[in-house]
Design a protein around this ligand. Structure first.
Ligand code: ADP
Length: 514
C-alpha cells in the first residue's frame, strides 16, 4: 500500500480523498493555491504545499507543480479527483515516468475512452448502441447538411472536446444549421482550444442513466448498478439517485454488461462511468465515458455499501478486486443534491463570499460531503459547489423524506445557495413520481416563471387550482426579486464556471470534462 498520496484537487472532493487516505492509514498531502491557504482540505490533510496563484491555470492545472509537490513530499501516488487534471493524460503520463502511481486508468485507456468520438467508435465496433449520428468529426458544412438530413431533425451538435454542456447546440430545422455550427464551434474553440464538432440525433425526452464500473489491474471488472441523473439544468446534473426509479433487473443487467464490455474493450482499469441516454421504451444508447471518479459517486457507495475512493486507491496499489459481480447488491435508495453557492433568482449566477454562519444537517440517513466551514470565504476562481447532501432511505419515499428534512436543516449564511430550489423539486409531483427526463428541470423552471405571474397578477382562485407544489413555487417566487430564472434556449447567457473552462483549456484533443 502507498505511504503518502498527493491529492491534486480542492474542495469537497479533496476532503473526500483525504478522508479515504486516513481510513487506510495513508498520509495525505494537499496542494493549495493562494486563495485556498485556509481551505478545509488544507486543514484536514497531513501536509500541504502551496502551488501558486488563484487562477487554476497558475496552480491546480500546472502538471509540473503537481508532480514537483509529489516528489518534494515523497508521495508514491497522486489522486486527481474530478475536474482539473483528472482526465488529462498529460498528468497521468509523467506520473509513470516519475515513478508515482496515478490513481485512475492508464493514459492510453483515458485516450481511447475519454474522447467522445473515439469512444463512440469503440462502442460501434463492439455492438453497443450509440445515440445515432456521426462517429467522426464533421469536415464541411456540406457534410453537416447531408448527415443532419439523413439523421432527421432535431439534432444536437456537440464538440468533440466537449464537457459541461459547452459547445453543444440543439438544432430543430435545417435553416438554423450553419449559424448553430459556427456558434458552437467557436464556443468550443474558445473553451477547449478545439472547434471540431460531431452530430447526434437529439432524443426528445430521454433519461440520463449511467453505470459505475470498477476494474482492477488483473483483468477483473464489475458494474456497481446505475445512477439516475435526469434532473439537470441546461445539460448539467443537479440531483442524482441510485437506483433509478425506472430500472428493472433486466435493464440493469443489460446496461451493466454493455458498460463492462465497453470498458474492457478500452482496456480500462480503476473507477469509471459509462453514461447512457434511455428512451421511453427502455432502449439505451451510449453517450460518453467519464474516465474518473464522478461527483455523484456517493449515491452508489451508500446503496452498495462500498467505498469507491478506497477501492480506487487499493486497485491502484495493485490489489485484486475483493468481490465479484454476484457479490454486488443494492440496498435501499439514495438521493444526492449538489449544493452550490449560486443565486437561483439571478440566473443561477455564482455567489461566492464569506460564509457567516453554517449549520449542517445530520441524523438518520444523512451524509454531507462538503469542503467549506463557517468563516471560510468561498473564492470566485473555482466551481462554486459547496458540497453534496445525500440522503439514504430503505426505499425512495424514505430517502425523499429525509432529504426534505435535511434541506430544512441546511443553512449557509452570507452567500446565496440553491437549497430552496431542491425543496421545490422535492415537492413536485413529477419528481415524486419519478417521471422526469433530461430537460424536465428546464421545463419546470419555465413553469415556475408562470407561477410568478400568478402571484403578481392572478387571483387566489388561480392558486387554489394548483397543487401544493405549485403553491410552494409561487411562494418561493413571491419572496424573490422581480427577475425570473431564465430558461431561454440561448445557452450563451449561462454564466461560465471559470473552474470548468480552465480545467478544459489545458487539455489535449477532447479528453476530459469536469
Ligand atoms: P457534456 O460532456 O458536455 O456534459 P454529454 O454528452 O455528457 O455532454 O451530455 C450532457 C447532457 O446533454 C445529457 O445528460 C443530456 O441531458 C443532454 N444530451 C446530450 N446528448 C443528447 C442527445 N443526443 N439527445 C438528447 N439529449 C442529449
Amino acid at each position: 500500500m502507498f505511504a503518502r498520496v498527493l491529492v491534486a484537487n480542492r474542495g469537497e472532493i479533496a476532503v473526500r480523498i483525504i478522508r479515504a487516505c486516513r481510513e487506510l492509514g495513508i498520509r495525505s498531502v494537499a496542494v493549495y493555491s493562494d486563495v485556498d491557504r485556509a481551505a478545509l482540505h488544507v486543514r484536514l490533510a497531513d501536509e500541504a504545499y502551496p502551488i501558486g496563484e488563484a487562477p487554476s491555470r497558475a496552480s491546480y492545472l500546472v502538471v509540473e507543480k503537481i508532480i514537483g509537490a509529489a516528489r518534494y513530499s515523497g508521495c508514491d501516488a497522486i489522486h486527481p479527483g474530478y475536474g482539473f487534471l483528472a482526465e488529462n493524460p498529460a498528468l497521468a503520463r509523467p506520473c509513470a515516468k516519475a515513478n508515482i502511481k496515478f490513481i485512475g486508468p492508464s493514459p492510453e485507456a483515458m485516450e481511447r475512452l475519454g474522447s467522445k468520438t473515439a469512444a463512440r467508435l469503440i462502442a460501434k465496433e463492439i455492438g453497443v448502441l450509440t445515440v445515432p449520428g456521426t462517429l467522426a468529426p464533421i469536415e464541411s458544412t456540406q457534410e453537416l447538411a447531408e448527415v443532419a438530413r439523413k439523421t432527421g431533425f432535431p439534432i444536437v451538435l456537440k464538440a468533440v472536446a466537449g464537457g459541461g454542456g459547452k459547445g453543444m447546440r440543439v438544432v430543430t430545422k435545417e435553416s438554423d444549421l450553419d449559424s448553430a455550427w459556427r456558434d458552437a464551434s467557436s464556443e468550443a474553440q474558445n473553451a477547449f482550444g478545439d472547434g471540431r464538432m460531431y452530430l447526434e440525433k437529439y432524443l426528445e425526452k430521454p433519461r440520463h442513466i449511467e453505470i459505475q464500473v470498477l476494474g482492477d489491474e488483473h483483468g477483473n471488472m464489475v458494474y456497481l448498478g446505475e445512477r439516475e441523473c435526469s434532473v439537470q439544468r441546461r445539460h448539467q446534473k443537479v440531483i442524482e439517485e441510485c437506483p433509478s426509479p425506472v430500472m428493472t433487473a433486466e435493464l440493469r443487467a443489460a446496461m451493466g454488461v454493455a458498460a463492462v464490455k465497453l470498458a474492457r474493450a478500452g482496456k480500462y482499469t480503476n473507477a469509471g462511468t459509462v453514461e447512457f441516454l434511455v428512451d421511453a421504451d427502455r432502449n439505451f444508447y451510449f453517450l460518453e465515458m467519464n474516465t474518473r471518479l464522478q461527483v455523484e459517486h456517493p449515491v452508489t457507495e451508500i446503496v452498495t455499501s462500498l467505498d469507491i475512493v478506497k477501492l480506487q486507491i487499493r486497485i491502484a496499489a495493485g490489489e485484486t478486486l475483493p468481490f465479484t459481480q454476484k457479490d454486488v447488491t443494492l440496498r435501499g435508495h439514495a438521493i444526492e443534491c449538489r449544493i452550490y453557492a449560486e443565486d437561483p433568482d439571478n440566473n443561477f449566477f455564482p455567489s461566492p463570499g464569506k460564509i457567516t454562519n453554517y449549520a449542517t444537517p445530520s441524523g438518520p440517513g444523512i451524509r454531507l460531503d462538503d469542503g467549506v466551514y463557517e468563516g471560510w470565504t468561498v473564492p470566485n476562481e473555482y466551481d462554486p459547489m459547496l458540497g453534496k447532501l445525500i440522503a439514504w432511505g430503505s426505499d425512495r419515499a424514505e430517502a425523499m423524506g429525509r432529504m426534505r428534512r435535511a434541506l430544512r436543516e441546511y443553512q449557509a449564511g452570507g452567500i446565496k445557495t440553491n437549497v430552496r430550489l431542491f425543496e421545490r423539486i422535492l415537492a413536485n409531483r413529477d419528481f415524486i413520481n419519478g417521471s422526469v427526463y433530461t430537460r424536465w428541470l428546464d421545463d419546470f423552471l419555465a413553469h415556475a416563471g408562470t407561477a410568478l405571474q400568478l402571484t403578481t397578477v392572478g387571483t387566489a382562485a388561480d392558486l387554489a387550482r394548483d397543487n401544493a407544489a405549485a403553491i410552494a413555487i409561487a411562494m418561493w417566487h413571491s419572496r424573490s426579486s422581480a427577475r425570473q430564472p431564465s430558461v431561454a434556449s440561448d445557452e450563451t447567457t449561462q454564466p461560465v464556471s471559470r473552474w470548468k473552462l480552465e480545467s478544459r483549456l489545458d487539455q489535449l484533443g477532447g479528453i476530459g470534462r469536469g
